[in-house]
Design a protein around this ligand. Sequence first.
Ligand SMILES: Cc1cc2nc3c(=O)[nH]c(=O)nc-3n(C[C@H](O)[C@H](O)[C@H](O)COP(=O)(O)OP(=O)(O)OC[C@H]3O[C@@H](n4cnc5c(N)ncnc54)[C@H](O)[C@@H]3O)c2cc1C
Length: 419
Amino acid sequence: MTIHRRDFVRLAAAATVLPRLRPAAAFLGRAGARRDTYDVAVIGAGVFGAWTGWELQRAGKRVVLLDAYGPANARASSGGESRVIRLGYGKDEIYTRMALHSLDRWQELSDRAELPILYRVGTLFLVGSDEKYGRESLETVRRVGGRIEELSRAELAVRYPQIALNGITRGQLEPESGALMARRGVLTLVREFVRAGGSYVDEAVAPPSGSGRLAEVTTRNGDRVRADTFVFACGPWLPRVFPALLRGRIHSTRQEVFFFGPAPGDRRFAPPLLPVWLDVSRTSAIMYGMPDLESRGFKIAADAHGPPMDPDTAERRVSAAGLSAARAYLVKRFPALARAPLVESRVCQYENTSNGDFLIDRHPDIENVWLVGGGSGHGFKHGPAVGDYVARAVAGELTAAEPRFSLATKLVQQHRAVF
Ligand SMILES: Cc1cc2nc3c(=O)[nH]c(=O)nc-3n(C[C@H](O)[C@H](O)[C@H](O)COP(=O)(O)OP(=O)(O)OC[C@H]3O[C@@H](n4cnc5c(N)ncnc54)[C@H](O)[C@@H]3O)c2cc1C
C-alpha cells in the first residue's frame, strides 16, 4: 500500500495554518474583477462547477463562477467532509478511466494546497460469493493501467484483523486510491481560480427562459451577468432551474453518513492500518466508509438511495433507523467499534439520474447553455475529468460527445445501473 507520508507530515504541521481557511464569502467574495461580459458564466460552485471554471480559465477564458450558497456549502452535494476515490466500477470502463485521470489532477491540487486534499490510503473492496462486480472491476482496472491487487481471505485476515470477514471470500486493494477531503478540495480550487484572475460571486441565478441564444442571466438581487456561454452545474437544483426539462430526470435522495469515534489511542481504524473500504459482498446494501481521517472519526454510510429530499429546506438530522442500521453493520463487520460513540453525522443528497450516468449536454432549446450534473452518488472523484470534458465541449474541441452523458438518455423511470 502506498502511503504518502508527506501528507501526514504536512497535516501535523497544519495546526498553525488552519485559521487561514476563512469562510468562503469573506475569502473569495471580493476577489476577481467584475467584467461587463464574460466568455463563460458557470453557475454552481460544487465540484463539477469548480473544476469546470478552473479548466476554462486555464484555457484562457474569462470566467465568472456564481453560487447561491457558496462553494461546497452545507447544502451542496460536494459539501461533505470526505469522498471515496476508487477506480473499480465493474465493467464500466468509462468511469474507471475518468477516475484514473482525476486521481492525478487531485494529487496535483493536493500537492499545491496547504492541507492535504487526497489521501492515498488505498481503497479496499470486500468481495463475497457473488464475484461478478469484483471480478469485472479487477479486469477493467488492469486493462486501463490502474493498480489493483487481489487478496485472499487468509491475507485479508492477517492484514486487517479489525474486519470481521463473515460473507467475504476475498479482497481487492487499489493501493493508489483513497479519500478526498471534499469541501476543502472545492474551496482550494475556487480560491486558486480567484487568485488566477477568475471572478467568483456569491449570488443565486434566476432560471433562464426563452430559446435561441441566452445573452445574460439575472441574479436574485437583480444584477445581470452577460456571457457568451453559460454552464449550469447546479447539482440537485438543476430540476429547479430547468423544471420543464429536468423534473423527474434528476431526483434527489436523502443520504445519511455516520462518524464513530474509536477509543483513545486505538489506531486500528485509522490509516495506515485501515484503508477506505467498500463492502460489495451483497450480504447487505453496499456499505462503504473511511478510516479515521484527521481525527474526525470512522465514517460509514450505505450506498442505497434514501427517500426524496429537498436540498433547500430539508432538516439535516440523521434518523434513529439509520443510526441503528449503521450500528448493526458495525457489530457485523467492525465488532470492536460496536459500542463506539457517534461523534458526528451528516445528511446530504444524491442527485440521481435514471441510471447513474452523468448529464453533460447542451440545452436542447438554448444553444449556448450547457447542463452539467447528475453525479448520482459517485460524481465527486470525477470532478477533474468532468471539468476537462466540459471545457473542451464549450470550446468546441470534443472529438466525439459521450452518448452516455446525453440528455436523451436521461429517463424519468429509475433503473440504477452504475455502481
Ligand atoms: C452522502 C454522500 C456521499 C457521497 N460519496 C461519494 C463518494 O464517496 N465518492 C464520490 O465520488 N462521490 C460521492 N458522492 C457524490 C458527489 O458528492 C456528488 O456527485 C457531487 O458532489 C456533485 O457535485 P455537483 O457540483 O454536481 O453538485 P453540488 O455540489 O450540489 O453543487 C451545486 C451547486 O450549485 C449551486 N446552485 C444551485 N442552484 C443555483 C442557482 N440558481 N444559482 C447559483 N448557484 C446555484 C448550489 O449552491 C451548489 O453549491 C456522495 C454524495 C453524497 C451526498
